[in-house]
Write a protein that binds this ligand. Sequence first.
Ligand SMILES: [Zn+2]
Length: 221
Amino acid sequence: MTEGHDVNDRARQLVEAAAQLFEAGVMSHSGHANLSARLDADRFLLTPGFVRGLRPEQLATVGLDGQLLAGELRSVSAEIITMHSLVYRARPEVGAIIHTHSPSATAFAVAHRPLPCRTEPMLRFGQPEEVPVVPWGPRGSDVSVRGIAKVLEERATTSAVLLANHGLLVFGPDSAATAHLVVAIEESAEAEIAAAAIGGAVDFPEGALAAVRASIARVSA
Ligand SMILES: [Zn+2]
């Protein structure tokens, strides 16, 4: 496969993942999100500052050092480059990153409440542990970026973080899997909030999370 084909495939997959988020109803009213997909050790594709009606040729190519290599970014997107590149640097296995303001997940972020893993989709689709909260800092600021880096270090196996007073950041092997996990997390957050009205969500039986984590580790080994 030539490099051109590979880039086109990843761009197409990323645009499909963005459309999937709208279809699944996990976007906030504003439709705000940014998505990226790794191209290689040094570069990734990034949405240009909007995702609604996005076409593959509108994606920008950005270096892990923060340099814009091809395409155009709206100025708001320049601020989020660091948020994406730091995850790619910290997690070499990560192939795609999605940031949204999904309403129920954002409720947890606003309440500074970690989201426990208490639903089957979250357990199965890549987050068999709670989603931790990263302390607030202005978007793209040193405080925010250092906060994310610290939580990624402390929680070596988490595939998502809640950005306090802001939203959700999810990462996975590719665009499709990452979009699935965004949906699973939003669904879980919604179920947690609904369950609170009828007595509260209940944990999985003891050992369930550990067993699933172990089987995931076996499959990916
Ligand atoms: Zn945001």
